[in-house]
Ligand binder design. Structure first.
Ligand code: 3PG
Ligand code: MG
Length: 392
C-alpha cells in the first residue's frame, strides 16, 4: 500500500490534525446512529497514547460555504465525548489561539469546515490555514475520500500525512474484496436504478466471477432481455446499456444472475397482497417488489461456492415487509458462511448498511464500510482523491 499509517509517524508532542467523518444522522438534536463516531475512537486513542494532541476536522451536512447554525458540529460534541470518554474542546472561531491553548493529549474539534467556501473548492489558501494549526495530518475519513476538498485533499500535501486506523481498515478490507481477492468472487448489486450504477456494473463485470443483480435494477435487465415486467420500476430507455453490460460480462467470463422467480403486488405498500411467480410470468398490471424463494436458493448456492462477497444494495423493496424477505435471507446466508469461515463478506453504501442492520447480520459480515458515496465510487474502480493524496 502506498500510504503511511500512524505507526510510521512521530506523534510525540505533536498537534495532529485528524480529518474524520462524523456526518451522522441527527433527529431532535440527538445522534440517532453513532457508528461513524464509534469507528474513529481507535485513531484518537492511539494518537493520544503516542503523545499527540488530536485536533478533529470534519463536515456536517451541506451548508454550501455559509454559516448555517443548525449545521453546527457543536451538536455532535456530547456524542463524541461519550464515545471517546474524554472532554472535547469545541473551537468555533479564532482557531490559532484555541489550538495554542490546548494541552498535550487534549482533544479539540473545529466547527463545520463546510461553513467556509474554501473547503469544498479545495482552496489552497484555506488548506494552508488549516495546516498552520498542526504538525501532522491524519486522514481517517474514508467515507469522505471521494471528495477533493481542502481537508481531504490539499491539506494532505501540506503536512507529513498518513492514514488513520479506520481509513487503513477500510482500504485493507476493500483490497481483500476486489483488489487481491480470494476467488471465486461474487458481487451482489441491488437498488432501484441502473442509471446510478452504470460505471459500477461495468467495472464489476471485469473483476468478479458472478454478478447477482437485484432490486429495481434487475427489472431493467429483465426487460432488456425481452421479459415483460408489467408495471415494475424499470428504465426502459437503458435497454441498450443493459445489453451492453451483459455482453461485456459474457466476453469477460462473468456470469450475471437475475431473479428466476419474483414476488409481485399491485400496490407499493407494506403488507400488500402479493404472489410469487416465475419471472417471465409477471402479470401486466403488477409490479415486481422482491426476488422469490427459488432466486434466493440460487443465490445461496453461489455464495456457498464463493470465497469473497462484495455487496451493495438491497434485492427488493426491503423497507416494506414482506418485500424484505430475499434481502434478509441472502444476507443471513452470507453471515452464516462468514461465521463458518468459508466466505469473506464486505458490504457498503447507504441502503446496504440499513438493510444488513434490519436483517440483524451487520456484525456478522467480515467488514461493513462506513461509506456511502465513497464505497460506490470505489466499486466503480475510481481513484478517490482523498486516498490518492495520501499515496503521493
Ligand atoms: C457522506 O455522508 O456520504 C459523507 O460524509 C460525504 O458527505 P457528502 O455526500 O455531503 O459529501
Ligand atoms: Mg453522501
Amino acid at each position: 500500500m502506498g500510504w503511511k499509517t500512524l505507526d510510521d509517524m512521530d506523534l510525540d508532542g505533536k498537534r495532529v490534525l485528524v480529518r474524520v467523518d462524523i456526518n451522522v444522522p441527527v433527529a431532535d438534536g440527538q445522534v440517532t446512529d453513532t457508528t461513524r463516531i464509534d469507528r474513529i475512537v481507535p485513531t484518537v486513542r492511539d494518537i493520544r497514547a503516542a503523545g499527540g494532541t488530536p485536533i478533529l476536522l470534519a463536515h456536517f451536512d451541506r451548508p454550501k460555504g455559509k454559516v448555517v447554525p443548525e449545521m453546527s458540529l457543536g451538536q455532535i460534541v456530547p456524542a463524541l465525548e461519550k464515545a471517546l470518554g474524554c472532554k472535547v474542546t469545541f473551537l468555533d472561531g479564532n482557531y490559532g489561539a484555541g489550538v495554542a491553548a490546548l494541552g498535550q493529549g487534549d482533544v479539540a474539534l473545529l466547527e463545520n469546515l463546510r461553513f467556509n467556501p474554501g473547503e469544498e473548492s479545495n482552496d489552497d489558501g484555506f488548506a494552508t490555514r488549516l495546516a498552520s494549526l498542526g504538525d501532522v495530518f491524519v486522514n481517517d475519513a474514508f467515507s469522505a475520500a471521494h471528495r477533493a476538498h481542502a481537508s481531504t485533499e490539499a491539506l494532505a500535501r501540506k503536512l507529513p500525512a498518513c492514514a488513520g486506523r479506520l481509513m487503513a481498515e477500510e482500504l485493507g478490507a476493500l483490497d481483500r474484496a476486489l483488489g487481491q481477492p480470494d476467488r471465486p468472487v461474487v458481487a451482489v448489486v441491488g437498488g432501484a436504478k441502473v442509471s446510478t450504477k452504470l460505471d459500477l456494473l461495468s467495472n464489476l463485470v471485469e473483476k468478479v466471477d458472478t454478478l447477482i443483480i437485484g432490486g429495481g435494477m434487475a427489472n431493467t435487465f429483465l426487460a432488456a432481455s425481452g421479459i415483460d415486467v408489467g408495471k415494475s420500476l424499470c428504465e426502459h430507455d437503458l435497454a441498450d446499456t443493459a445489453r451492453a453490460i451483459a455482453q461485456k460480462a459474457a466476453d469477460r467470463g462473468c456470469e450475471i444472475l437475475l431473479p428466476r422467480d419474483v414476488v409481485v403486488a399491485r400496490e407499493f405498500k407494506a403488507g400488500a397482497d402479493n404472489e410469487t411467480v416465475k419471472t417471465e410470468d409477471c402479470p401486466a398490471d403488477a409490479m415486481i417488489l422482491d426476488a422469490g424463494p427459488d432466486s434466493v436458493a440460487h443465490i445461496e448456492q453461489v455464495l456457498e461456492r464463493s470465497k469473497t462477497l462484495v455487496w451493495n444494495g438491497p434485492l427488493g423493496a426491503f423497507e416494506i415487509a414482506p418485500f424484505d424477505a430475499a434481502t434478509n435471507a441472502a444476507a443471513q446466508s452470507a453471515a452464516r458462511l462468514t461465521k463458518a469461515g468459508t466466505l469473506i463478506s464486505v458490504a457498503g453504501g447507504g441502503d446496504t448498511v440499513a438493510a444488513l442492520n434490519k436483517a440483524g447480520v451487520a456484525d456478522d459480515f467480515s467488514y461493513v464500510s462506513t461509506a456511502g458515496g465513497a464505497f460506490l465510487e470505489w466499486m466503480e474502480g475510481k481513484t478517490l482523491p482523498g486516498v490518492a493524496a495520501l499515496s503521493d
